[in-house]
Each structure stands twice: as C-alpha cells, then as structure tokens.
Design a protein around this ligand. Sequence first.
Ligand code: ZN
Ligand code: ZN
Length: 412
Amino acid sequence: MKKRILVVLDGIGDLPTPELDNKTPLEYAKTPNLDYLALHGKTGLSQPLKQKVAPESDVAIMALLGYDPLEYYTGRGPIEAVGAGLKFKDGDLMLRANFGTLIDKKIADRRAGRTLTTEEAKILAEAINEKVKLDYQFEFKATSQHRGVLIIRGDFSDNISNVDPGYKRESYYSTTQKEMGLKKCKPLDGKNKSKLTADIVNDFVKQTYKVLNNHPVNEERKKRYLLPANILLLRDAGITIPDLPPKKDWAAVVGMPLEIGLAKLSNMHIIKVDYPELKTADVYQNLYDCLYAEIETAKKAIKQGFFNTYFIHFKETDVPGHDNKPKDKVKMIEILDKEFFSFIRKYECVLVVTGDHSTPCTLKGHSSDPVPLLIYGQDMEMDNKTRFTEKECKEGSLGKLYAKDLLIQADF
Ligand code: ZN
Ligand code: ZN
C-alpha cells in the first residue's frame, strides 16, 4: 500500500494583498512543484470549523486529524500540558500562556515582540514558580520562546473566560479577535467553582506582573530596546484530557507543544523537530532556520519510511500573516516548494496538502476563510486545476469539505 502523508501548512490561506499586486501569497509565489501536484491531483477547499468562525490552531488541527472538536475538544490548556510533558489529574486547571508586554495597562504586544528566547523564558518561569504564592500547588512551564503552559492543581472549573485579549472564548473553544486591553478572567456560569477559579487566575496574573516587570531579564531587554515580557496572558482553560481514538502506524513530524500534544494524544510516534534557538532579535532569520529544520526532519523521516502514515506540520507560514509580511509568506512558500514539494512529488504516496486555517496578512490574524486543499496520488481523475491557490482550488472537483472529513475523503 502507498504511504500516506498529511502536510499542514499553518495559516496558509490568505486574501488578496495590495503589496502583492492584489494577489494572495500562494498566487504570487512561484511554485512549480505545488503546481505539478495540483495538476496531477484533485483540488478543493477545506473549511476549518463552521462557516464564519475564525479558529485557533488547536481545534483546527484536531479537526484536520479527523477528530470533530465538538465531540473531543476539552480546551487548549490540556493539549499543551500533554505536549509539555506535565503530570496532571482530572480537575487540575490547565491553561495556555503567552509572555506578553503590558505598558500603561494596555497590551503593547501579545508575544513580547516574538523576541523572547526560550532561555530567557525559562529564567522568568523559575522566578514565577518561586515567587508567586497561591493556596494551591501550581507549575508554570516555559515551552518555546514566548509560549508556556500553566497547571494549578486542585478541583477547578474550566468555564472561565480568557485573560489573553487575542482570543475570545466562544462556547467551548476560542476564536480570534482584535483587542488589546488586558482582560479579567470571568466565570462563564453562576457556579461557585467557576468564580473561585477565575479569582485564582486573576490573582496569579497580577502576581506575575509584579515578579516579571522589574526582573533582571526584562531590565536587560529594555536596555536592548526589546519589549519586556512582563505579563502572562492565559487562555483556553481545560480540566480534562481529550480522549482521542488512537491512530495506528502514524508518525508526526512536529515541534510545537500544541502539535506534540495532539500527536501524543492520538498515539502517534513523535519525530520531534529540533528548532534552532532564537539567538538575535532577528525573528524572521530564526523562522527561516526553523523552516529549514522542519523540512530536513520531514524529508529524513519520509525517506526512512518506518511508518505507514505521516502528519507533517509546518508552523512558520502562520507568522507572516499575523505580522502583515506578505513577502515573507511568499518566500516561505517558495522555500517549501523548492526544498520539500520537489522531493515529495517524486515520492510514491497519497498526499494531502492544506492548512489548518487562513491567516490573511491584511487582517493580521486568523480568519474563517476556507483553505486550499489538494489530494495527490490516489487513482482518480485529475480536475485540471493548475495551481494550489485560493481561487483555483475553489473551482476544484473536491468542492468544499469540512476539515474533519478530509482524511476519510483521502482514504487515510
Ligand atoms: Zn494554526
Ligand atoms: Zn496563528
């Protein structure tokens, strides 16, 4: 049987951008290899969640792996806690955290300019674990750069709102929003447990600001004209781990805690990407280094071929959308085409290429727009679409599918 490969380009979908002659990054980029795959395969669109919902990566990737978030999702916190290797039991409160920058009670940057090194974050995490005092045991773990995960041990409610203004809690998951005021965590129901949980979260956030604001790491950053990482923005509470039906003979080429968590929870073998450290404040140079590291790890894993099915996640393509840097998105797409898709097109496999959601540069955030999709390598008729772009794929013969149904369609 042919190998199966699912390639997820994070945030790849986009909208026409003035800086690219009103083309999208996928339209603007030169992609002879993706063009080949589109021409010799079938194309369509993937709708991440419901129409008009701009999702976070957690629910979006869960859906792409064939797990309906409506049925399985229990919050991003638990997935990241699993990804970070934390121990927990039911009732423990797990939250995703960002080191952000608070200036004059406003969030100046939700990710401290993306310039925080993992090493700096680890020193700050140590200070938090040592100096913040709660009536409950807790552990804060810095994972990668500005990202982290918090676990507070006890018997809590996850029905609380986000402190992070970037994502609003809608029913059971969060959606993207554009606000910069620091939010107070609020209970989302009238239960005492939810109120108590929200109070503890607010207390924690307040104390972290005191610990972080004048911390030597941040004093040093200010001297270098970098934004201080002086606040922890918490979001996406959960108190139980999702129970995902296991996948057999799958391997995941992943590097971020969220994707590692999802891969672990679905029983995949983890092939971890070793990301090069952020060494200078040149965030994009580091992103390109990370992209090359992912490509090399993925190619090696596929060449070895120990597994039947591969889930390969490229995280970088999401970032230029958030930063409105369409030219960088184009460059990343061209690197992927030249270094990765040139390799994969010569490889005997059934291939699915899509994104978890769109991150349009002009919106600087996730949107609800459907994402281009291509399936290649099945014995099926071609639909003569010549490019992997938003417009071409819209006319493709696969039509518009929900992300959660893709793998069935591709016969994985
Ligand atoms: Zn994403
Ligand atoms: Zn994103």
